[in-house]
Design a binder for this molecule. Structure first.
Ligand SMILES: *[C@@H]1O[C@H](CO)[C@@H](O)[C@H](O)[C@H]1NC(C)=O
Ligand SMILES: *[C@@H]1O[C@H](CO)[C@@H](O)[C@H](O)[C@H]1NC(C)=O
Length: 794
């Protein structure tokens, strides 16, 4: 209180001095604090100017109508100057240091104008203010520490100490505030970066800036500093994985998305905008196969995949941001290709020998087959096969197959093979392929010519013309070319001490056999030769066949009457008794014929007779009998001409003349039996001869047969095939014809080795006939089969 009073005293004293001074100079000055309440006392003008208070109203004491009059008023009662309203120094004077408001006091009667001034003193009535409540500030994160940023100043219309004298900011580890006074005396604030910024850590700050004046009491104003940390491209893109792995099938079509890679960049804006691409490390071959879409990071198949070519790919990829300078991130992509069964097995036939001789032993190598399947695993495992029923087999070793023969081949049955070789893999579905291997079996001379028959029977009519072809043998050879070209020849042999080549010849080219001479059935009836067929192979092969030449009888011999031939030249004679009755046996005509068969079958006939009705002859038996009883009137000598005719074509005949004498005498002299006796005698005579010969030959014959059979049996055991020798025909009785016919039909009885027997010199061969018409069952030797033997028939 004391202090205030003392201040007032000082103030009053100063006013007083001022007034004194003004008075002197004719001007008065007052001062007042701004913002004083209205009608605040400013000064007592009347007193200060020494004016008579009573005269104030009469002299019309007043203020002129300017600023002074507007803000102030004077009292007529006591001449006190007071404020009319609150005065704001800042409005009146702004920032001017000394704020004065001049006024004039007017008095009339006499007119007196007094000048004065009011000094308005500043009061701290304004707080510092910022134009905007928030101050935006952008600072790059790249700015280094110590950097300063000028902040907007706050305004305070007060002057002197009442205006802004200092600033402060809310505490932050990154920022501090430095304020300083400029030359113009203004205090400005600067933000100081204490610690480097990282947008990625904290991208903005909010600080409170406070401006303070120096008045009492102190006033302050605040504003928000909004700091935005500007991005600097200080981060590289980072892929989500260092290594990406994926797998796709090799048949994946073009344009298929394999996978998507992604990188992140902590920066923002362009600095975080990424473009993907293959890095320089990625091999060139990848480029045609995969593409990386720059914007999205999608990896897409671009070209054909082939597991067999490349089964995995390594892609080095990068992501580049759009900052400047740009940053790059890297990653690796491993793409495995999965095999698909897309390769058919391939068959490669190497070292092909398509010709194989038929005598190649089993296991002979033919060709090597290589089977390749480019797939892997089961898709690349191959199985191979050829047809089952072939004489070939496959020998496998890994993917090579050896085609070898399984058995001997035979060109003559199969001359070539088409081997279907098929290969398939074990994939599913399985793929397969085939190839055909043609193999030609080449000929080897392994077949001897083969006659159509093992033995041939060739029938040749006797009396043939020399040089006629009698037969053609033929042999075939299934081999090829030279190996099958057959030539014929007759093997050396002898027949009847002559080489067989004098009897027959063969055309070596076509096997036609020629008779070199005329054969005589009566000389020999059969002989055999061995014909050989030989091929032209090297070495050649041959085989032989037997040709039995069977001479067929021709009727070339006329019958020879043997019973009555002794009397040839003169007629034969027979005597019969007068008493001979009907059917009396007169005689028998016997004939022989060196021919055989029908050519030796006789028919008897009386061609001329004295009394044609008296005698008859058995047409086949040759027996002459009476047809009736002899009568007295009959001629005593009867002559018969009898013809013997064989059955050949054409037939031949002989005749004999027989004189039959009828004994007129009594029967006593010539008993009936005499004829018989004669006949018997003759017969027995003949029979005796023949029987002895026959018995002897039979015994010898039988002995030889027995011996030979014994030898033959022994031989047969050694050589059973020899059982096909020329025949020996044992003809019995009237089986003769049959026998001949059978002979023609090769049904002759055959005794092995009997040829030697037949050929034995001095032992004739006989055909024996037992005549059915012979009532006496006698044996009649019709003809010798062998060389004719002398017959003593007297
Ligand atoms: C005949 O056989 C021989 C081997 O015996 C062979 O070398 C030759 O080539 C064959 N000839 C033909 C025409 O096949
Ligand atoms: C065999 O050849 C001869 C002579 O060339 C010929 O006369 C004959 O008719 C031939 N035989 C056959 C069966 O062709």
């Amino acid at each position: 209180m004391a202090c205030v009073r003392r201040l007032n005293l000082i103030l009053i004293a100063s006013i007083f001095i001022l007034c004194a001074l003004e008075k002197i100079s004719g001007q008065i000055s007052y001062s007042i604090q701004e913002e004083m309440e209205e009608t605040s006392f400013v000064g007592n003008i009347a007193e200060d100017l020494g004016l008579n208070i009573q005269q104030l109203s009469t002299r019309k004491f007043r203020l002129s109508a300017d600023d002074g009059g507007r803000y102030m008023k004077v009292s007529l009662k006591n001449g006190v100057l007071s404020t009319r309203e609150k005065i704001d120094r800042e409005r009146l004077c702004g920032q001017t240091d000394r704020c004065t408001m001049p006024f004039e006091i007017i008095l009339e009667n006499p007119l007196e104008v007094l000048h004065g001034e009011l000094v308005i003193l500043d009061a701290n009535d304004n707080s510092p203010t910022f134009r905007d409540s928030s101050i935006p500030l952008e600072i790059s994160e790249a700015v280094s520490t110590g950097a300063r940023f000028r902040l907007e100043s706050a305004e305070d219309p007060d002057i002197g100490r009442n205006t802004v004298v200092d600033y402060a900011i809310s505490s932050s580890e990154y920022f501090s505030l430095k304020s300083r006074r400029t030359e113009g005396g203004i205090v400005i604030a600067e933000l100081l970066l204490e610690k480097s910024l990282d947008r990625e850590l904290q991208s903005s700050f909010q600080l409170v800036l406070t401006a303070m004046d120096g008045g009492t009491p102190q006033r302050s104003g605040t504003a928000q500093i909004l700091i935005t940390v500007l991005d600097f491209n200080d981060n590289s893109p980072v892929f989500e994985h260092d290594v990406y792995r994926s797998s796709i099938r090799e048949n994946t079509p073009r344009g298929t998305l394999v996978m998507k890679v992604k990188a992140n960049d902590l920066d923002e804006g362009l600095n975080a905008e990424l473009t993907y691409s293959f890095s320089g490390l990625t091999s060139q071959r990848v480029h045609g196969v995969f593409s990386l879409i720059p914007e999205t990071g999608e990896i897409v198949t671009e070209g054909p995949l082939d597991f067999e070519e490349t089964n995995s790919y390594s892609l080095d990829i990068q992501a580049v941001d759009h900052g400047s300078p740009a940053n790059t991130g890297h990653a690796n992509v491993q793409i495995k290709i999965i095999d698909v069964n897309d390769n058919t097995p391939e068959i490669k036939v190497t070292s092909m020998t398509n010709q194989i001789p038929e005598n190649a032993p089993a296991g002979t190598y033919i060709t090597l087959i290589n089977v390749i399947d480019r797939d892997s695993g089961k898709n690349g495992q191959v199985r191979c096969e050829i047809q089952k029923n072939l004489p070939f087999t496959l020998q496998a070793s890994s993917n090579h197959y050896k085609l070898v023969t399984r058995e001997r081949l035979d060109r003559e049955s199969v001359s070539g093979y088409a081997i279907h070789f098929s290969a398939w893999d074990l994939g599913s579905p399985s793929l397969s392929t085939n190839t055909i291997i043609h193999i030609v079996v080449t000929d080897v001379n392994d077949n001897a010519p083969r006659f159509s028959e093992l033995s041939y029977n060739v029938y040749v009519a006797e009396n043939n013309a020399p040089g006629t072809s009698i037969f053609t043998v033929s042999a075939s050879d299934p081999d090829l070319g030279q190996n099958s070209s057959v030539s014929y020849s007759i093997l050396d042999d002898h027949f009847q001490n002559l080489p067989v080549s004098t009897y027959l010849s063969v055309n070596s080219m076509n096997g036609t056999i020629y008779a070199l001479r005329s054969f005589d059935y009566e000389e020999f009836k059969t002989f055999q030769i061995h014909v050989q067929a030989r091929d032209a192979g090297v070495p050649s092969l041959s085989s032989s066949a037997t040709v039995h030449v069977i001479i067929l009888d021709q009727n070339d011999n006329a019958p020879v009457i043997v019973s009555h031939s002794a009397e040839s030249g003169s007629a034969a004679a027979e005597i019969i008794p007068l008493s001979a009755g009907q059917g009396y046996f007169v005689t028998r005509i016997m004939a022989t014929d060196v021919d055989s068969g029908q050519n030796a079958r006789f028919f008897y006939q009386i061609v001329k007779a004295t009394d044609p009705n008296l005698f008859t002859i058995g047409q086949t038996s040759g027996e002459i009998r009476t047809t009736r009883k002899i009568m007295e009137g009959d001629l005593s000598t009867q002559t018969l001409v009898i013809m013997v005719k064989d059955n050949g074509q054409p037939n031949l005949s002989s005749t004999v003349t027989l004189h039959i004498t009828i004994l007129q005498n009594s029967t006593e002299t010539l008993p009936e039996s005499s004829n018989s006796v004669n006949t018997s005698e003759y017969l027995s005579d003949l029979n005796l001869h023949l029987l002895i010969i026959f018995s002897c030959t039979s015994i010898v014959f039988l002995l030889i047969i027995i011996v030979l059979i014994g030898i033959k049996c022994k031989q047969d055991r050694n050589n059973p095939q020899e059982y096909m020798s020329p025949s020996y025909c044992y003809k019995h009785g009237d089986m003769l014809d049959t026998c001949n016919r059978r002979s023609a039909m090769e049904e002759t009885l055959r005794y092995p080795g009997t040829e030697q027997l037949v050929r034995m010199p001095g032992v004739p061969q006989y055909s024996v006939r037992l005549s059915p018409e012979s009532a006496q069952s006698d044996f009649l030797f019709l003809k010798p089969c062998g060389p004719p033997t002398s017959q003593n028939q007297s």
